[in-house]
Design a protein around this ligand. Structure first.
Ligand SMILES: *Cc1c(COP(=O)(O)O)cnc(C)c1O
Length: 393
């Protein structure tokens, strides 16, 4: 007998046949260079915990002591009774860290995008969006009701052509781009995008989720990397990656931040960041401001790993950051590669459509400051072994 959900089962079966079904593995250890994954100890090559802060003793201690002082939950949305002194302190510290007038936090980077874009543009407006922007930017754009025009990836010339052709037909406009593209590790040409934005007097927004804590002086992000202080209107960041916690942030002018406090829907209608998250993020800012050691170690590790992977004959794409895609092509091969890695002791998830275009499936290796040289060498040895077995190298 057929049921209302048969179509869903058919879709799931189809994903499995195409090698696009996501097998979710379970971790039973803290984040670090090594993990317990589905009961097996493996080398962690795929978390976004760039600096190893997710289990840093100072950050853990800060979260614990905040729980003793304030409990765990915020109790409400920020605009009703959920703004605690911790939130206010974190926003001040993040603004200072990033060298902007003001900052506002959200429960996640995803929420930061879906809050910000619809607050800045709406029906009758236009958004110029990089073709490879993150799903949360795309959803924010769709929620806004503005016309969305995608320009060629990282291409200021394509952006300018789209602006020339369309700008006159709309009331207001926004240019939005990822800072670091998470699947390829390339960096948006923000300096060039800024010139275009400036020429046409259009708001410029960058989502620096993979640049926060990674790019710029001591991890101050993409705006710092390009020396564009005060020139980029909206800088979205996440506290869920290099910061090692969970949360989102928007940094920019007082005016924009104040507007987001009034009109950012996830800020108004979803409860605030929790107490331990907020306290942990404050401790992460402390660590980043104290020293650049972790950021420096991250880059040195990434450089070593990438060079050695190339020497082994792997195609690691055109990453300019610690993100290291290992290009494999078809999704079933990437899934098999990931399974073989796991059996040999390396945790590296396969990534396929719709996260990346069809035919460009890959293992995305995330190197971190938590890795020691021995860890990287062990990983290289296992990659070489699996690559040879599967005929990739
Ligand atoms: C990871 C990511 C996000 C989402 O951040 P969360 O804090 O995990 O919600 C948003 N934008 C980009 C570009 C990302 O890579």
């Amino acid at each position: 007998m057929s049921t209302k959900t048969d179509w869903i089962q058919e879709e799931i079966d189809g994903l499995q046949q195409a090698g696009l079904y996501t097998n979710i593995r379970t971790l039973s250890s803290p984040q670090g260079a090594w993990l317990m994954v589905d009961g097996k100890k493996v080398l962690n090559f795929c978390s976004n915990n760039y600096l190893g802060l997710a289990n840093h003793p100072k950050i853990v201690a800060a979260a614990k002591s905040a729980i003793d002082e304030y409990g765990v939950g915020p109790g409400a949305v920020r605009t009703i009774a959920g703004t605690m002194s911790l939130h206010v302190a974190l926003e001040k510290r993040l603004a200072a860290f990033k060298g902007v007038e003001a900052a506002i936090t959200f429960q996640s980077g995803f929420n930061a995008n879906t809050a910000t874009i619809p607050a800045l543009v709406g029906k009758g407006d236009v958004i110029f969006s990089d073709r490879l922007n993150h799903a949360s930017i795309i959803d924010g754009c769709r929620l806004s009701g503005a016309k969305i025009i995608a320009y060629a990836h990282n291409d200021p010339i394509s952006l300018e052509a789209a602006i020339k052709e369309n700008l006159a037909d709309y009331r207001r406009a926004l240019i939005v781009t990822d800072g670091v593209f998470s699947m390829d590790g390339d960096i948006a040409p923000l300096d060039k995008l800024y010139e275009v934005a400036q020429r046409y007097d259009i708001l410029l927004m960058v989502d620096d989720a993979h640049g926060e804590g990674v790019l710029g002086r001591g991890g101050r992000g993409i705006v710092d990397h390009f020396g564009l202080h005060g020139k980029v209107d909206v800088e979205v960041g996440t506290l869920s990656k290099a910061f090692g916690v969970v949360g989102g942030v928007v940094a920019g002018s007082k005016t924009i931040v104040e507007w987001l406090r009034q009109r950012g829907r996830p800020f108004l209608f979803s409860s605030a960041m929790t107490v331990p998250d907020t306290a942990a993020c404050l401790a992460a800012v402390d660590l980043l401001e104290e020293s650049t050691d972790l950021v420096d170690k991250l880059w040195a590790n990434a450089k070593y790993f990438k060079t050695e992977m190339k020497n082994l004959g792997f195609d690691t794409g055109h990453s300019e950051t610690p993100i290291t895609p290992v290009m494999l092509g078809e999704a079933p091969l990437a899934q098999q590669f990931s399974r073989e890695l796991y059996e040999a002791g390396v945790f590296g998830t396969a990534i396929g459509f719709p996260t990346v275009p069809r035919g460009t499936a890959r293992i995305r290796v995330m190197i971190s400051a938590a890795h020691e040289k021995d860890d990287l060498d062990k990983g290289l040895e296992i990659f070489a072994q699996v690559g040879k077995k599967l005929g990739v190298i």
